[in-house]
Ligand binder design. Structure first.
Ligand code: EPU
Length: 426
């Protein structure tokens, strides 16, 4: 197991290029199952969630060819199983998209309950409600979710909560169903639009993605396509916050600035300068950081996946900030690690009150989950002294080459391989 060792106190300066979006990739790759030909997917991020997803598809029988580091060709026509056992599914949270894809394509699937980051209760009742509305019968037994339908027929589905996963899964299951499916109170995240564009590029008929009403008119077949995944909104946001937190000046390239507006605006409120270009943003900070109120919400609100990184920035901002976590129950676990570095944070349920301190001090910490891990990297870069971050496998789930990218901006960060536990020699 590896850890990151960060020597803090250097502002980030220079330019960095953002990789393809994790949360688009983990939806698009399973959705390839629906295709009656070969799909070439470009701008695929090199992260462990993607590697695991490709491994699952390969083990199910798909032909997976790596064209180059970021381009993959998948031929799903050789898939020979509709069962995804626990050993495979536990590797990634988004393995639940395999249910929608297998149901859409083969009308039945049996997939183990998903793994992934522990952010509190992560129900999938809205996914299942959608599948049922399309005509599927659902059985939950021994940790497996089984779905089956004689045929899938379009329906009107009102989501009780705005759910990214349910919106995506229902879209995937409905593209080959008969007739019209309407998803109301749909999520509007950029990766939902990206998935719809991908499916449409194969011949699907999806309208309204990016609004809260998505209409899917079923088609008979989806054909081969070549599709390039959008840049990762959260990776871009993480570099933006890191630039501002370290008092740096960074040009973040290969982004869609529109996707970053809620983050840009919060950074400006906190005292950073943000300049937008066509496909880049520049973040610079020279003055003192100031307090902010943050409330995480579904898109286009401030993303929950940026909350821990922003919390670190606010821990050294002048004044008292308040963060209201509007999505997950368990997204403040990073604050205990941050407190061990000198931050002054009180958490009460889904609210954190942060009294800004002058500086953080390096300490041994761990990545509780993916975004908490990114937050610890930022904390390490602004802290005085050395911060050692363990459990970095969480960070590797969603950030491509994070240490090289940060080193390219002047961070003093290195990876240390920890010896694996040795069994006792008798
Ligand atoms: N919810 C339900 N029932 C459902 C589904 C969700 O009650 O059937 C609730 C959840 O408990 C939560 C809220 O609805 O309170 C939103 O959950 P959502 O379904 O939108 O989240 P998700 O699809 O499981 C995706 C991202 C997360 C990101 C959230 C919110 C992927 C693979 N994951 O999760 O990303 O935090 O949307 O934007 O797309 C990350 O990248 O670090 C990450 C955790």
């Amino acid at each position: 197991m590896d850890k990151f060792v960060v020597n803090g106190g250097r502002p980030l300066v220079g330019s960095v290029s953002v990789s393809g979006a994790k949360n688009a990739a983990v939806a698009i790759l399973p959705a390839v199952i629906l295709c009656s030909g070969v799909c070439r997917i470009e701008n695929v991020p090199e992260i462990s969630d993607v590697t695991n997803c490709l491994r699952i598809l390969y083990e199910m029988g798909a032909r997976v060819r790596t064209v180059n580091a970021h381009t993959i060709e998948i031929d799903p026509r050789t898939i020979h199983t509709q069962t995804v056992p626990h050993e495979m599914a536990k590797r990634m949270r988004a393995s639940y998209y395999l249910i929608g894809a297998l149901l859409g394509r083969f009308h039945h699937a049996s997939v183990a309950m998903p793994g992934g980051c522990d952010l509190g209760p992560r129900p999938i009742d809205q996914h299942l409600k959608g599948f049922e509305a399309l005509g599927a019968e659902i059985a939950l037994q021994d940790g497996m979710i089984s779905v089956a339908a004689d045929r899938l027929v379009g329906n009107q589905i009102y989501l009780d909560v705005v759910s990214v996963g349910a919106t995506i899964n229902i879209m995937i299951a409905a593209v080959l169903a008969r007739g019209l499916t309407v998803i109301e109170n749909a999520a509007k995240e950029p990766h939902i639009v990206d998935l719809a564009n991908f499916l449409n590029s194969m011949g699907a008929d999806i309208r309204g993605a990016g609004t809260d009403v998505i209409k899917i008119r079923g088609v008979d077949e989806l054909r081969s396509t070549t599709y390039s995944i959008i840049p990762d909104q959260i990776e871009a946001g993480t570099f933006m916050v890191a630039a501002a937190a370290t008092g740096g000046d960074v040009l973040i390239e290969n982004v869609i600035p529109k996707h970053l507006e809620s983050i840009s605006n919060k950074l400006i409120e906190a005292g950073a300068e943000v300049t937008e270009y066509d496909e880049a943003v520049r973040v610079r900070r020279t003055g003192r950081l100031t307090k902010c109120m943050v409330k995480t919400m579904p898109h286009p609100g401030f993303p929950t996946d940026m909350q821990p990184q922003f919390g670190v920035l606010l821990s050294v901002a002048e004044g008292t900030s308040v963060i209201n976590e509007g999505i997950w129950d368990n997204r403040f676990r990073y604050t205990a690690q941050l407190a061990s570095m000198g931050a002054n944070i009180q958490v009460n349920g889904k609210v954190a009150v942060i009294q800004g301190v002058e500086k953080l001090k390096g300490a041994p910490v761990r990545a509780n989950d993916l975004r908490a891990g990114a937050a610890m990297l930022i904390a390490g870069m602004i802290a005085e002294g050395v911060t050692e971050i363990e459990e970095i496998q969480y960070i590797e789930r969603g950030y491509e080459n994070i240490e090289e990218k940060l080193r390219g901006l002047g961070a003093d960060i290195r990876r240390v391989t920890l010896p694996s536990p040795v069994s006792k020699v008798v």
